[in-house]
Design a protein around this ligand. Structure first.
Ligand SMILES: [Zn+2]
Length: 58
């Protein structure tokens, strides 16, 4: 059983937009509003580059 959250809610540090992103990404995740990079892939697990609001567990 993995304890990792599958989704993480993050808040853009530039425009304060909140969005939920997958904890494992294969491409850079950008803010939907301003395009700031929010997460980058690091071998599967996203390296979050902004504030994490909370983990969204299923
Ligand atoms: Zn933004």
């Amino acid at each position: 059983m993995k304890k990792e959250s599958k989704f993480i809610k993050v808040k853009c540090e530039d425009c304060e937009n909140e969005q939920v992103i997958f904890s494992k990404v294969s491409n850079n995740v950008e803010c939907n509003i301003c395009g700031r990079t929010l997460a980058v892939p690091t071998g599967g697990i996203a390296d979050i580059k902004t504030k994490v609001v909370k983990r969204v567990d299923e």
